[in-house]
Design a binder for this molecule. Structure first.
Ligand code: UDP
Ligand code: MN
Length: 242
């Protein structure tokens, strides 16, 4: 049968959450053999997320994975890291062997053709991500032989793998063979740290999206509406003021 796609989507409670999950979940419904993993930044699996998942009807796993308080107070918060670490650990223990892991944030947009391409990832595949950073696109750079030799990204920051979280997919068999898989709680370096922990080399990378010439996933961000936040300490904050 077709390799299974484990789509890992960190989420957290805010006014836009149900809209984001509905849009993304209904996109995933177009694709066969998808298992959606929703690690929620919360101490419990909230019923609003459970209800949304039940309504959409995809096979899913809903995890409660709160961000440790110490990180929430930092200037640059490593968003979604506790969530993704828990999902990786769930995959290491419960995943079907013939499968692929893909991190897709709840506010991103994806073309289902990319999901079909990544299904056959043998180690790690990579592809461009649109609407990101200074250059508006982040992509692996290929040589004439079609191998990845470099990256085109507006924020190199000394990273070996200058990619966005939605810019790569990982074969689960390969992941399970790596002894020390982790994702650092360092904003901006989550992807690089994770890929290094997979003992990945540039020559291992499988470029997709027609030799990385097409953008099939976008780092869209949802405008935060000025919806009244019920938490009293946020009542007078400038966070939601335009
Ligand atoms: N996220 C989370 N807790 C937070 C903030 C974000 O779990 O406190 C999730 C969010 O739902 C998303 C991912 O982490 O799937 C990345 O967050 P966001 O989209 O806000 O980051 P950006 O795209 O702006 O870098
Ligand atoms: Mn985002």
């Amino acid at each position: 049968s077709l390799p299974l796609l484990y789509i890992v989507t960190p989420t957290y409670r805010r006014p836009e959450m149900v809209a984001e999950l509905t849009r993304l979940g209904q996109t995933l419904l177009l694709v066969p053999r998808v298992h959606w993993i929703l690690p929620e930044d919360s101490h419990t699996c909230s019923s609003i997320v459970t209800d949304t998942l039940t309504r959409i009807g995809l096979p899913y796993t809903h995890l409660a994975t709160p961000m440790p308080e110490v990180y929430r107070k930092q200037t640059y918060v490593p968003r979604g890291v506790a969530n993704r670490r828990a999902a990786v650990s769930w995959i290491q223990n419960h995943a079907e062997p013939n499968s692929v892991l893909y991190f897709l944030d709840d506010d991103n947009s994806i073309d289902v053709r990319l999901l079909e391409q990544m299904r056959y990832t043998e180690k790690v595949s990579m592809f461009p991500v649109g609407l990101i950073g200074k250059f508006s696109v982040s992509s692996p750079v290929l040589n004439k032989e079609g191998r990845v030799t470099d990256f085109y990204d507006g924020w190199p920051a000394g990273r070996k793998f200058q990619v966005d979280m939605a810019g790569f997919a990982v074969n689960v068999g390969y992941l399970k063979k790596q002894p020390r898989v982790t994702m650092p709680y360092i904003a901006g370096h989550e992807e690089d740290g994770f890929l290094k922990s997979l003992n990945l080399q540039l020559e291992d990378i499988e470029p997709l999206a027609n030799g990385c010439s097409e953008v099939l996933v976008w780092h869209t961000r949802t405008f935060k509406n000025q919806v009244r936040d019920v938490r009293p300490d946020k009542e007078h904050s400038s966070e939601n003021v335009q």
